[in-house]
Design a protein around this ligand. Structure first.
Ligand code: ZN
Length: 274
């Protein structure tokens, strides 16, 4: 599943190609994604509009149009975006194709169809939409040790589950939560109310470091993403604990342990993480 760094890498790729381009035609398939394709609004607000910017909120890609409409794309489990010269053969699971005014097409491909595309008409209020009730961005200025300390006050939730809660902070998925807590030296099942400001400082710093590193290593795939199909920003992560059950910890050589938390595999070093 694409996590925040992969989505950010894709955003950067799109930002280089889409702003300034007008969408002159839209071809939508018949298959239902997680939500039905918004045919009416695509025709009404996206066809003929010019892209002004490509932004990201949590794992949503937001294509802003010059008429004020926003096209929201979520990649779900297997969604991919690709940029192709017009005339390139379509793939089996291409669900949406946007023809740009420079003979280039943006295509959305999704084998499992858990992804979705929606259109916010000009002047839309995001209250009540999927963009509502989201916590701060982990790479933004509002994600601070003070903020986390306040959020955690009086709560008995396990640290890892808390960190993966989009209402607290967005976009930290299972793999990155494991890696962040390893780097911060904190046990995934610690009760959040027991963490000090200093602990939160480590978590905020580790989050930035781990996510930024992942974005940087994904950056090398941007050219693939633009030139070819099927390589939409996926990359091999340099993981320290995730998926490493029984392997020696890179810091202390203790075997990496695993437990299930909220139904998710959780990997950690029993010695380094306290
Ligand atoms: Zn260790």
């Amino acid at each position: 599943m694409p996590e925040l760094p992969e989505v950010e890498v894709i955003r950067r790729g799109l930002q280089r190609h889409l702003p300034g381009r007008t969408i002159i035609e839209i071809t939508a398939g018949n298959k239902k994604l997680r939500l039905p394709l918004p045919r009416k609004n695509l025709k009404k607000f996206i066809r003929g509009a010019r892209v002004t910017s490509v932004d990201r909120r949590a794992k949503f890609l937001l294509l802003a149009m010059n008429n004020g409409a926003i096209m929201v794309i979520h990649l779900g489990m297997t969604g991919r975006l690709g940029i192709f010269p017009a005339g390139t053969a379509r793939s089996k699971h291409d669900h949406l194709q946007l023809q740009l005014d420079n003979n280039i097409q943006l295509r959305f491909n999704d084998i499992r169809r858990f992804g979705f595309i929606t259109v916010l008409p000009p002047g839309s209020d995001t209250a009540g939409t999927m963009l509502d009730n989201l916590g701060p961005e982990p790479l933004g200025q509002d994600f601070t040790p003070d903020y986390m300390l306040k959020q955690a006050s009086g709560k008995n939730r396990p640290l890892k589950n808390f960190l993966m809660d989009n209402r607290i902070v967005v976009g930290i998925g299972n793999i990155y939560a494991c890696e962040i807590l390893f780097q911060a030296g904190l046990k995934p099942d610690k009760k959040v109310s027991s963490l000090t400001l200093k602990d939160w400082g480590k978590i905020v710093a580790s989050s930035r470091h781990v996510l930024q590193k992942a974005i940087a290593s994904g950056g090398t795939t941007i050219s693939d993403f633009v030139n070819e199909s099927g390589k939409s920003g996926y990359f091999q992560l340099e993981l320290q604990v995730y998926g490493k059950l029984g392997q020696a910890c890179n810091c202390c050589s203790t075997p990496i342990a695993k437990k299930t938390m909220a139904g998710r595999s959780t990997f950690f070093c029993p010695k380094c993480q306290k």
